[in-house]
Design a protein around this ligand. Sequence first.
Ligand code: S3P
Length: 442
Amino acid sequence: MTQSDSPDRFTVAPGGKLAGQFRVPGDKSISHRSIMLGALAEGTTRVSGFLSGADNLATLNAFRAMGVEIDGPDDGEVVIRGVGLHGLRAPAAPLDLGNSGTSMRLLAGLLAAQPFDCTLTGDASLSNRPMKRVTEPLGEMGARIDTSEAGTPPLHIHGGQPLRGIHYAMPVASAQVKSALLLAGLYADGETCVTEPAPTRDHTERMLQGFGYPVRHAGASACLDGGGKLVARDIDVPADISSAAFFMVGASIAPDSDITLEHVGINPTRLGVITILQQMGADITLHNEQSVGGEPVADIRVRSAPLKGIAIPEVQVPLAIDEFPALFIAAACAEGETVLTGARELRVKESDRIQVMADGLQTLGIDAEPTEDGMRIRGGTLGSGSVDSHGDHRIAMAFAMAALRASGPITIRDCANVATSFPGFVDRAAGAGLAISQEGGA
Ligand code: S3P
């Protein structure tokens, strides 16, 4: 089959506006952690608002394969009968984590301390992603984990290794690395401390505390002692700000748009997309702010506004790390130049998001120049064309929103992985006003 007739293709007619009030699916990061901590807790954890995307189902199935009884997901409800920190059983086969880097990196930490061996595998994209960033510090703790020579999956984890706590200064700002080490630290002798070069999402620390496990914060470090226990609790997963981001950009760029996104997680470590869009001139306001189970949430209203190009402050990069595909579309519709630096990490996400976005923007007639650690985009007129998402969910959804300001239809190839984070995206986007249709099973 050639790429041009492959299934799972979006076609989006140009123009239109976004309107309405709705809730996007649950937060992917929090959903992963709810399964992991719920499984390791003592007692029954009830989760609502769970994201039934392929990535989270990979985590859920991994824990089922390790003997944890889990009901659901049923309309976002999941019930996990925790087995305690020492109750997991050896899986009968390798754990296939699909496209999910979060599942693989966090599980590497959690499984490093188990008494059994296991193997973690993934799809073609995940099989190319760097794992040494977790296996090396875990090795310093005493873990034995094999990777390919290139440091990529599959991971072979040798069980039965006693772990000792370490103090680790992360060379890259990564919540996945921090979380992997803290999860291993639950089992380690003594104190595990992770210091980050810039703030990253802190859902693991918050949820551990919610499960009654003390986490200490000192400056840029998060620390815990091994040997405690987790006590089950209920979790209300807010809507994912990373999924909301596509609609924030869409409503900002499409004239006469006015949307309200309900019950979105607004954890300060995830707010980069709002900060950056506001600096570009976006009209975004927060309403009904409240705290739900240790995570702040709000309704987010977005009305269209003229955007201007900016130099994106590097401190915002980890706080918006998943939102750059959408932000690049905002930059393409802004007046003047937007410059991103300090974002080399984008090259090792589900795709090389710098190159893939630059290629797509150029196809649509935008002056976009990829750099080693970012991109320079001059706002202009988006044309018509066919772009390749390279199987990256966020690239596909970002280009779908671009059609709101394009002069002709945009076709996006290889969109099946949109289901990893946003099942029902096409219906949700169409309901809000995007003229989108799909072919195939995306
Ligand atoms: C995630 C952390 C981020 C993010 C990913 C989810 C998490 O990765 O890109 O989508 O849930 O911890 P890094 O921590 O590697 O930047």
